[in-house]
Design a protein around this ligand. Structure first.
Ligand SMILES: Nc1ncnc2c1ncn2[C@@H]1O[C@H](COP(=O)(O)OP(=O)(O)OP(=O)(O)O)[C@@H](O)[C@H]1O
Length: 258
């Protein structure tokens, strides 16, 4: 399958070196608006480093990353998020002692518009923003199936719901492109399937998704395209049914897992 005609994200010859190690070597791919694209590969293939470089957490050694028409290499993570490219983390990143609703509200601060003085003096702009955040939290707890957990303390949630909350925190920043770092890691098969349904639901609501995941049934069931990395290089790219039969992919990854 060829790359999309109008790319929301264009990654060109992206390279990241750590000393003598080429963690990501001249990786090129596009993600079109409305796609679900998965990035797979064996441990150490460079998946996390690739998304760290795309989202401003690591400085690439070389290459270009264009998002929504603008170059984003060199921008800080919060600037990248403000442009609409928002990621989750492998480990549930949240405020353990805060409630579900408070954690979601905090997600808005990834791209906070209201300045610190307006916040301190509770300006009309701040009051408007606060109402707006409250409404968004109400909508999200329903969408995420966390309505009954709204007032629960985050660290008391079962692990599966913590992962859902981590995704919700990212959604509060209203991403155009949502980057999910192993959302099914540590989940039971049932929870992983529920996570797949949630990702599909978000996609149905207009979110473009880049997914890093080791759970092959999840990857193969929800992706429009799959990109395979091996030792920092792009090994294959295509529709799930094409990639899963690619001999080198079978050998390098799927076969090794089997
Ligand atoms: N900060 C760092 N300093 C040095 N080497 C690093 C750093 N981060 C990653 N690496 C190395 O870069 C390579 C790619 O790692 P990366 O975490 O991107 O792979 P991955 O495909 O995400 O693996 P996994 O599936 O295990 O998460 C590995 O060899 C790793 O050891």
């Amino acid at each position: 399958m060829s790359a999309p005609a109008t790319a929301l994200l264009s990654v060109r010859d992206l390279s990241v070196r750590f000393g003598g190690l080429i963690a990501v070597g001249e990786v090129t791919f596009d993600i079109g608006e409305g796609e679900i694209v998965s990035l797979i590969g064996p441990n150490g293939a460079g998946k996390t480093t690739t998304i760290n470089a795309i989202t401003g957490f690591v400085n690439p050694t070389a290459g270009s990353v264009r998002f929504a028409g603008g170059e984003i290499v060199g921008r800080r993570p919060e600037q990248v998020a403000a442009a609409g490219l928002v990621r989750t983390f492998q480990n549930a990143a949240m405020f353990g002692s805060m409630t579900v609703a408070e954690n979601l509200a905090a997600g808005r601060f990834i791209t906070q518009r209201t300045g610190v003085w307006q916040t301190l003096f509770r300006s009309p702009a701040f009051a408007r923003e606060e109402r707006d955040i409250g409404k968004h939290v109400d909508e999200l707890v329903d969408l995420l199936g966390l309505g009954a957990r709204r007032a629960s303390t985050a660290r008391d949630l079962p692990y599966g719901e913590q992962r859902v909350l981590g995704l919700g925190i990212a959604l509060m920043a209203q991403p155009k492109l949502l980057v999910l770092d192993e959302p099914a890691a540590g989940l039971s098969p049932d929870e992983a399937r529920a996570m797949g349904r949630l990702i599909r639901k978000l996609h149905g609501l207009g979110t473009t998704v880049l997914l890093i995941e080791h759970n092959m049934s999840l990857v193969m069931s929800i992706s429009d395209r799959v990109i395979v990395l091996k030792q920092g290089r792009k090994l294959a790219e295509g529709a799930p049914e094409v990639v899963r039969k690619h001999p080198e992919v079978v050998e390098a990854y799927l076969g090794a897992e089997a």
